[in-house]
Write a protein that binds this ligand. Sequence first.
Ligand code: G6P
Length: 477
Amino acid sequence: MPSDVPAHGYDFVVVANRLPVDVSLGDDGEPTWTRSPGGLVTALAPVMASTSGAWVGWGGSPDLELEPFDVDGTELIPVVLTEDDLEKFYEGFSNDTLWPLYHDVIEPPAFHRQWWDSYQKVNRRFAQAAADQAARGATVWVHDYQLQLVPKLLRELRPDLRIGYFHHIPFPPLELFAQLPWRVQVIEGLLGADLVGFQRAGDAANFVRVVRRLTDLTTRGQMVTLNEEEGHTGPGRHVRAAAFPISIDSHAFDQLARTDDVRERALQIRRELGDPEFLLLGVDRLDYTKGIRHRIKAYGELLLDGRLSPQSTTLVQVASPSRENVGAYQQLRDDVELLVGRINGDYGQVGHAPVQYLHQSFPMEEMAALYLAADVMLVTALRDGMNLVAKEYVAARSDDRGALVLSEFTGAADELTGSVLVNPHDIDGMKDAITYAVHMDARESRKRMRRLRRRVLGHDVVAWSEDFLAALNAVPV
Ligand code: G6P
C-alpha cells in the first residue's frame, strides 16, 4: 500500500539501526543524548548540511518512545525497539543469525522462525518511518545487515524515492548464504534499492552470484535487471552492486593525534607501562570475528619460545564490551579472560603483566594516544567487512613510525598494502609476522607507513559517501 507523501518531507533520509546519538531518559523524563563516535555521522555531515536531512534509527535503549528532535541541523527520528524486539530482532536474527552467517560461520548461526518474524516486523517499522519522512523524489540511504528488507518495503510504500543501501559487513559466498531459510526474501529485500554498496569487490561479486543462482533475474556485470518477467510492460529496473570501501575522518584523526595533550598522554602511557622496549596493541569490540584468541595465543607462544621477552614486551588489548546478551559473546569473553590470566600468571612479575587487558571503551583522545604509543598494531580479524581500527592507527601516525600487522581477511587488506599481511589461522605465520614487525628497521617502517598514510589520508569517509551518492544518482531509474 503506497504511503502518502508528507507535506514537509526531507530530501535526504538516512536509515540505520542506530541513531548517531545514544539517548537516555533523565529522572525528569526528559531525553538527554550523547553523540556516539562513528564514521557515518562525519561522512554524512556535509550532505546533511547542504540539504534538509533526517536520520531514522533506534536510540539505543529498549522501549524508548521519543518525539523527533534536532541535533546540529539533522532531524533525528527515533524508532522504538521493545525488549522483545531486542531479544528477537537485534540479539537474535541480526546478531545470532546474520552476523555469524555473514562472517564465514566462525560461530554457528542459529535459525529461528520467531526471530525471522521479528526481523520482518522491525524492518517494516523502519521502512514506514522512512516513508513518513521522505519528500517526493528524495534520496534514502539505508545501512547495514539489520535492515536488509527495508529497501523493498520502502519502495512498495514510496515508489518515487531513490534508494541506496550500504552493507558494512562481509557478504558471504553463495555456499554459506544458501543456508539461510529466508535467503530469497533477503535478496528481494536488497534488490529494492537502486544501488547496493559493499566494502570489497569480492562482496559485490558474491552478491551478484547469489542473485544469479537464487533468482531468475538477469545479471550483467554489476547490473541486475528486474521487471522483465512475462506480462510486465515498460522498461526493466536496474540495480547496481559495487564496492565502496568505507574510511574514517582521517584528517580529524591525524590532527587529534598531533595535539600536545595526546602526544603527552602517549608518552605517559609508555611510562606507566614501565617503558617497555616493545609495545604491541590490539583494539577491538569483543567479538569472535576479531581473532583476539588467535592473536593472544600467538603472543603467548612468542613469550614461551623466548622470541619476545616478557620483561621488555607488553601487549595492550582493548576489548570493548559488545552484544553481551548473546551467548557466543559471553563464551568469548570467558575464553579471552582465561587466556590472558594464564599468560599473565605464567610470565608476569610483581608490577608487570605482559598482557594489559581492558574490557572497556575509551574516548577518541585516549585511543589516539594508545595508537601513538604502540610500536606494533595487531589487527588479526578472522573476517571483517573493513576494520576501521587499522585506518585509525595509520591516521594517528604522523610521525611515520609504527608497524601494522593486518589480517588478509579484512576489507582493509585490499587497500593497506604497506602493512604486514597475515593469515590469523596460521599461528606460526602470525608469530613470524609479529616478530618481523617488532624488529622492522626504521627505514622500512617509515616507507611502509608513508604508503599507508597516503592511502588513508587520500581517501576519507567524506570521499566514501560522495562516491556512493554520486553512483546512486547515476543509476538509471
Ligand atoms: C558493526 C556493524 C554495525 C554495528 C556495529 C556495533 O560495525 O556493521 O552495524 O552498529 O558493529 O554493533 P552494535 O550491535 O553495538 O550496533
